[in-house]
Design a protein around this ligand. Structure first.
Ligand SMILES: Cc1cc2nc3c(=O)[nH]c(=O)nc-3n(C[C@H](O)[C@H](O)[C@H](O)COP(=O)(O)OP(=O)(O)OC[C@H]3O[C@@H](n4cnc5c(N)ncnc54)[C@H](O)[C@@H]3O)c2cc1C
Length: 412
């Protein structure tokens, strides 16, 4: 039958495309439905575009401050349109790669909104597709906050911010999760006057307390203003009154206070994965859930790494110090400035902190260049229950940031 498939997937973000590609590789006949661009939020409005713009902003700042490396760069000019053009090209290239992967895997792509009719039927554009199994991976959308409803001109979402044609002179960022912190770094690198408002008592509230405090220290140094335990109380003609009494008049406001799973009817027998599941809203968690459903590959939910990009990177996994308060645990904290590689690179800000119990790592919190890669070493060790003594037997190359993990192990 023409419209019969082993698997039907709704949504072609990391959850959906991973599920589709793996099922097809296992010989299944797969159809995937996408109402927007292939790649989902991750590729089109999230992980990839932000990192491309962030990279431009970091290069800009580095080149301007390159004297310490014996380099003089004069007349460094910023062309924000080109920054966005490069971001678009990066996204486009990856999207084409995904299209090709679907084509090679003989996955049928239906570019349309789709609806689950029953546990074995999907409807799109009036056509019913019969599917042995259905995976729903329709993602999430920026959370709406009362009083801060997006007008897409002044009050912007994380989608709108990608479409700015020029940089504002000043910006207020509401929320200091990963998205808020990354955009604060981007704007600050580009010289935009940046202010953050955070309701919690620290920036990056989900991080280990020492990480949050270090980010605050770095932001003070970078002249990124922030107001903690504060919210927006009133907006009148672009004049913003904060709950602490301060009044600010930014050119733009970015509201990024989390994301809401897209609404969907729950149908028995259908697998709901990725952001729509309302669990951990990260691309790598979404693709891991897909592998779990399609390939039956297990995963440890407590060992999903978190990364915040920028200089220095921030990454963590496992328990935070505030989670083990009052318990018996060991802690080591190695300053990145003690590493030869960090000194050579001029990337001396940060620390590598490891928490352990009974000779096993229970958490790690890294503020350092390459933290996004370093954390993976810890995840592998934790997932495989490797003791700290056993890890000390591993030979770490020199000079590297990884040596910091090795050194930190000896301080436990
Ligand atoms: C600014 C920003 C930065 C981020 N940075 C990172 C990062 O650095 N690292 C990280 O791990 N995560 C990051 N994320 C989170 C990450 O993007 C999401 O966790 C990830 O995209 C979730 O994947 P998903 O497949 O569940 O959903 P999505 O990527 O949201 O994909 C869902 C897809 O379903 C489609 N769809 C919805 N409804 C229908 C329908 N009825 N019919 C057909 N198609 C439909 C949508 O158009 C969309 O393409 C970031 C998010 C944002 C907003």
């Amino acid at each position: 039958m023409g419209n019969s498939y082993d698997l039907g997937v709704i949504g072609a973000g990391p959850a959906g495309y991973t599920a589709a590609l793996h099922a097809a590789a296992n010989g299944q006949k797969v159809v995937i439905f996408e109402k927007d661009n292939l790649g989902g939020v991750c590729l089109n409005k999230g992980c990839i575009p932000t990192k491309s713009i962030l990279h431009s902003s970091e290069l800009y700042k580095k080149i301007k401050n390159s004297q310490q490396f014996g380099l003089t760069a004069e007349n460094v000019k910023l062309d924000y349109n080109k920054v966005i053009e490069r971001k678009n090209q990066t996204v486009e290239r990856l999207r084409k790669g995904l299209e090709l992967a679907f084509k090679n895997a003989k996955i049928e792509v239906i570019k349309s909104e789709a609806k689950i009719v029953s546990s074995n039927e999907i409807e799109a554009e009036g056509i019913i597709y019969n599917c042995g199994k259905i995976i729903c991976a329709i993602g999430s959308s920026p959370r709406l906050v009362k009083g801060l409803e997006f007008d897409h001109e002044f009050l912007l979402s994380s989608d709108d911010i990608l479409n700015l044609e020029s940089l504002p002179k000043s910006i207020l960022i509401v929320g200091s999760g990963a998205i808020g912190i990354e955009w604060a770094r981007i704007f600050s690198n580009f010289g935009v006057e940046t202010t953050i408002v955070e309701l919690a008592s620290h920036l990056l509230p989900l991080a280990d307390i020492e990480v949050s405090k270090r980010v605050e220290r770095i932001f003070k140094f970078e002249k990124i203003k922030f107001h903690l335990e504060t919210c927006v109380e009133k907006i009148e003609n672009k004049k913003i009154t904060l709950s602490n009494g301060e009044i600010i008049c930014p050119e733009k406001v970015l509201v990024c206070v989390g994301r809401t799973p897209n609404s969907v009817d729950i149908v028995g027998g259908v697998s709901y994965i990725g952001d729509v599941s309302g669990e951990i809203q990260l691309a790598h968690y979404a693709s891991k859930q897909a592998l779990n459903v399609v390939e039956n590959i297990s995963m440890r939910k407590d060992l999903i790494p978190s990364v915040v990009y920028g200089t220095p990177e921030i990454a963590w996994v496992g328990k935070r110090e505030q989670d083990v308060e009052g318990q018996d645990y060991k802690k080591s904290n190695l300053l990145v400035s003690s590493l030869g590689k960090a000194q050579c690179d001029g990337e001396t800000e940060g620390f590598i902190k490891i928490l352990s119990q009974n000779n096993k790592i229970i958490g790690a919190h890294i503020v350092s260049a390459e933290a996004s890669s370093l954390i993976q070493q810890i995840v592998i060790a934790m997932q495989n229950n490797i003791s700290t003594d056993k890890l000390k037997e591993v030979c770490f190359a020199h000079p590297t940031y990884s040596e910091g993990i090795f050194e930190a192990l000896f301080r436990l």
